[in-house]
Write a protein that binds this ligand. Structure first.
Ligand SMILES: [Zn+2]
Length: 231
């Protein structure tokens, strides 16, 4: 991880040398970006490239407001609980989610945005799967659903899917929604176990399970992906 100051603003960046022919820059957050460049690019050329593009970096980084930098997060809302996050620099990467204390201890070896993201996501994904499975069990007890396997993925545009064999798949980041929206997404896929399409029959059945179905669906379409912190 490197740090560079552009017009009194401090940015961190990582350099990724690979088989390409020119230097490229990708913004990660308000104060971080990633550089991709050919294998033998000297550091002074990378720095020159960044300086030459400093105006562009500053202008465009300010527009990344909806995606908060992971390292800047002091807390994280997971369903109805607010978890306090502590970032600690240590010798070994480890993240501990303490559900009783509602605290996330993020011990990381490198204080950088990309590293923090990777380490935290590796822990939050299985945690999300656990929360989703628990809620699916509760809903099935209540309404009598019978499903097969449950998996989580990171799809930027989808919340979930239901296969013909009754396997359910969810975007793990749906745990960042409040509980009613989260529950709505699970019920949507559970309703697909019986009704594959989005016919009026599907929606009226879903409304039986979630009386606020219409509002939840509208909100998710409009606001939902803003809540996804990990792209
Ligand atoms: Zn659907």
């Amino acid at each position: 991880m490197n740090i560079i100051s552009l017009q009194n603003q401090s940015f961190e960046y990582e350099t990724n040398r690979k088989g390409i022919r020119s230097i490229r820059l990708k913004l990660i957050s308000q104060n971080s970006f990633q550089i991709s460049c050919p294998h033998l690019t000297p550091d002074f050329l990378i720095k020159k490239f960044i300086k030459d593009n400093s105006l562009w970096i500053i202008n465009h980084s300010q527009k990344i407001t909806s995606k908060k930098a992971i390292l800047d997060l002091k807390s994280l809302q997971i369903l109805e609980n607010i978890y306090e996050i502590q970032w600690i620099k240590t010798q070994r990467d480890s993240v501990i989610i303490n559900e009783d204390e509602q605290k996330i201890y993020s011990n990381i070896t490198t204080i950088s945005e990309t590293h923090a993201k990777k380490i935290l996501e590796a822990k939050l994904r299985p945690f999300a799967l656990k929360l989703i499975k628990k809620e699916l069990q509760d809903l099935s007890k209540e309404f009598g659903f019978k499903y097969n396997n449950v998996t989580v993925r990171n799809q930027s545009s989808r919340y979930g899917s239901c296969s013909g064999r009754g396997n359910l798949n969810f975007n793990w980041q749906i745990i960042f929604f409040s509980y009613p929206q989260f529950r709505h997404i699970l019920l949507h896929e559970l309703t697909h176990l019986d009704i594959k399409n989005h016919s009026s029959k599907f929606w009226s059945q879903l409304t039986v399970y979630d009386s606020n179905c219409k509002n939840h669906n509208l909100w998710l379409k409009k606001e939902g992906t803003k809540y996804f912190l990990f792209s």
